[in-house]
Design a protein around this ligand. Structure first.
Ligand code: URA
Length: 279
């Protein structure tokens, strides 16, 4: 049967959400809204995603790396594992990530964006990838989404100055702010694990679908994952509580979901209070 205009709009919207990794229930046409702008535009103010200040790498060209055979990715991941294991503290880990040449994204970015916040955090918030502003400054979550994240954390007594460390599952900006590829995430993973094991947080908040799906190794969308406390095990077999929440960039596009995000934040606060934090 041919689709009418509203069916077409619903189907386009549903496809869009699914492409973003979001689980969608079919809604009656009257409850839908026009699709939000594509993520690459809405997430960060980066103008074009064009390569900036390319940094040469010692191992191969970016193109070769993007299509790298699995054995190369494994070898870069092994390099990352060794470098991460040798880092005794956060400063050394940050230096190791900055020196690391195994990410296909490194030649396109200005900075490795590692972390911001206190060095002995009660809580780690982990997002996806740095955007344009973050790449310029070398600090995570400082653009519009980052400012919303700071406001969200402040509502439950958390801040980068007091008790929180903020990081990402991928340390280098992606071209046009696209989602990071599995091989790009794989080489970061040993560093992510080491960061958790150095900090030993009471709770990890995974901000957004990419972060939650990467850490929990699932394809389940953020609509289902958010607010569900899960367990994360590092390669060294240490386990941490992890709570997925909506990405603040998503909430900027869908402010009507802020009430759900608020429920998740209250849950995070209750978990931290159980650990004796006075929030
Ligand atoms: N979005 C992220 O996921 N991380 C950042 O650092 C900035 C925006």
């Amino acid at each position: 049967m041919p689709q009418n205009a509203s069916d077409t709009a619903i189907s386009a919207l549903t496809d869009w959400w699914q492409a973003m990794g979001v689980d969608v229930e079919t809604l009656p046409a009257s409850k839908t809204e026009p699709p939000p702008p594509p993520r690459a535009v809405a997430k960060q103010a980066g103008p074009s995603g064009a390569p900036q200040s390319p940094q040469p790498t010692s191992k191969s060209t970016p193109t070769a790396r993007k299509n790298a055979p699995e054995r190369f990715v494994e070898s870069w991941t092994e390099d990352a594992r060794q470098a991460a294991a040798e880092a005794p503290d956060l400063a050394a880990l940050k230096a190791a990530i900055i020196a690391f040449d195994g990410s296909p994204l490194k030649p396109f970015s200005k900075h490795a964006v590692v972390y911001d916040g206190v060095e002995q955090p009660d809580i780690i918030v982990i997002g996806e990838s740095p955007g344009h502003r973050e790449d310029e400054a070398g600090l995570p979550f400082i653009g519009q989404a980052g400012q919303l994240l700071d406001r969200m954390l402040a509502t439950i007594g958390l801040s980068r100055e007091k008790n929180t460390l903020i990081t990402n599952v991928n340390y280098w900006r992606t071209p046009a702010n696209r989602n990071p590829e599995p091989n790009e995430l794989a080489v970061c993973r040993p560093f992510v694990d080491r960061l958790f094991d150095i900090c030993v947080p009471k709770l990890i908040i995974a901000a957004g679908g990419v972060s939650a799906q990467t850490l929990l190794q699932t394809k389940t969308g953020i609509m289902r994952l958010r607010g569900q406390l899960a367990s994360y095990q590092t390669e060294s077999k240490n386990t941490y509580d992890i709570l997925p929440i909506f990405h603040p960039a998503y909430l900027l596009r869908r402010p009507q979901d802020k009430s759900r995000a608020w429920r998740d934040l209250l849950q995070a606060r209750a978990i931290l209070q159980k650990h004796g934090l006075d929030l």
